[in-house]
Design a protein around this ligand. Structure first.
Ligand SMILES: [Zn+2]
Length: 489
């Protein structure tokens, strides 16, 4: 009973360290389970989940499907039950808007000639706005962003040198330019250009996903960002040579217009992706119908434009592997009074899509309901003794503060976390935000962002896997305590 535990705790605190304040509910079972949570095993799982061959676990992708099947296989071997009693994989549908090869094209035009540019051969483009557009304007060459000529209604041509294209885009958009054309400098590495083109074309033709039936409109003015390949640059050079001679000077009009067309079909396509759910049934005939969710997203952001894999070792192979370690530990703990559902969600990086789908259609056996969620995202970086948690008792989500968070904050020191900080500003940024929409208490455990966050350098050797294992031990201690506590839902 929680009050009793609390009283015992107070008595112990008076004479001993805070760390010993809470007695385990099932001490033997807890010790047995804790001994199974091992940094080496977690590291081995992170290594597999974050390997290059998974391709960055984009939603949707082969690597994502493969990771889901790896998780399912492990659940089967451990003897956890399928989420809803029938299947481990929880499918859901996403809407895809993609550019179509037909209708996505460009041409260079002079007074008396025009050259067709083939998408994916002569040029490629980048955009976040998946809708049909037609952009046209004359091309003016620039080599200095700080003293721009009149660019309104024009395409600006820059060589790919030491400027940031995003700074250039912002500047030119504000000045009313139609778009930016980037061409490789003559001595550039064309292998890299080809790789970037392939990745960009894959991404644009693969499309952008969002929840099915999403009403969100595509906003913003279209602004063109076109990259020429060596062949595209050559076509432009040939046409421009008829009215201007190289080297082009800053602000020079080339006497060539670019017309660029992008086509997105009116009807979206749909793709099925999956969450993965493993069920550990409770022992209490009544309480077992209350299900504690333990969640982590297993997707990541795919590949960079240059083709390099975003391994996402911390984000979130760490939490994904942490959940596997927890599932294994629970098989040694034995059943709790309540049931536990491990939920690995996809689509997190695309806007918490997998958890939204789970909440809309929970994968639970009939007669069972979710009563809490403990979510883990990025649990293996930064100071070894620091952990971040939300909702905290004093922050903007104080109304959501709950018994689970209280227990975790109190037990943190037992696992060496002498510094418990706030993750309140991330409350809405990971999947706990969606699980809270079920009207249940949630807790998010996190170890903070870092220089490798969403970079291709988020790799295994930078992780503190001991820290990840201590976080999972902490979660296990919380579950053990919850076995003697009521959960308001
Ligand atoms: Zn994440």
């Amino acid at each position: 009973m929680p009050n009793q535990i609390w009283m015992v705790g107070l008595l112990v605190v008076a004479t001993s360290s805070w760390a010993q304040a809470i007695e385990p509910v099932n001490a033997v079972a807890l010790d047995r389970a804790l001994s199974r949570i091992d940094p080496e095993r977690i590291a081995a799982d992170i290594q597999y989940i974050s390997c290059d061959e998974m391709g960055g676990r984009d939603t949707p992708s082969e690597g994502l499907r493969l990771t889901a099947r790896f998780l399912r296989n492990r659940l089967q071997r451990l003897g956890l039950a399928p989420g809803n009693g029938r299947q481990y994989l929880h499918p859901y549908s996403l809407e895809v808007r993609a550019f179509e090869r037909e209708g996505t094209t460009a041409e260079l035009v002079t007074e008396d000639e025009s050259f067709h540019l083939q998408y994916g051969h002569d040029y490629y483009f980048w955009t976040r706005t998946f809708r049909s557009t037609a952009l046209e304007g004359e091309i003016v060459f620039c080599d200095d962003l700080d003293s721009l000529p009149e660019v309104s209604g024009k395409w600006v041509l820059l060589e790919r040198t030491a400027f940031s294209e995003w700074v250039a885009v912002g500047r030119l958009h504000r000045e009313g330019a139609v778009g930016l054309i980037i061409q490789p400098p003559p001595e550039s590495d064309l292998t890299e250009v080809k790789q970037r083109m392939t990745a960009s074309v894959d991404r644009m033709l693969g499309g952008r996903v969002r929840s099915s039936g999403s009403q969100r409109e595509e906003g913003g003015d279209p602004f063109g960002l076109v990259y020429l390949s060596a062949t595209g640059a050559k076509k432009l050079g040939t046409l421009a040579a008829e009215s201007s001679s190289e080297p082009w000077s800053h602000g020079q009009a080339l006497g060539v217009r670019l017309r660029e067309f992008r086509a997105v079909s009116e009807e979206p396509k749909f793709v099925t992706v999956e969450n993965v759910c493993g069920f550990w049934e409770g022992a209490d005939p009544e309480l077992k119908h209350e299900v504690i969710l333990v969640s982590a997203h297993f997707d990541h952001v795919g590949r960079a434009a240059g083709g390099q894999v975003f391994n996402g070792a911390d984000d979130n192979a760490s939490g994904t592997a942490g959940l596997l370690a927890m599932a294994e530990a629970l098989t040694l703990y034995g059943p709790l009074r309540r049931s536990v559902m491990f939920v690995w969600v996809s689509g997190e990086e695309k806007g918490l899509l997998g958890s939204a789908a789970w909440v809309a259609d929970p994968s639970l056996p009939d007669g069972y309901r979710a009563v809490a969620d403990i979510n883990l995202d990025m649990i293996a970086r930064n100071d070894p003794d620091e952990i971040l948690v939300t909702p905290t008792p004093d922050g903007p989500y104080a109304d959501e503060h709950n018994e689970i968070v209280r227990l975790a904050m109190e037990l943190a020191e037992v696992e060496g976390f002498t510094n418990v900080g706030s993750a309140d500003k991330y409350y809405q940024r990971s999947d706990q935000y969606n699980f809270a929409k079920l009207g249940i208490p949630v807790m998010f455990l996190f170890t903070g962002v870092h220089v490798d966050y969403h970079q291709v350098t988020d790799t295994l050797e930078k992780l503190d896997v001991d820290k990840a294992s201590r976080i999972m031990r902490l979660v296990l201690r919380v579950l053990d305590q919850l076995d003697a506590a009521p959960l308001d839902s």
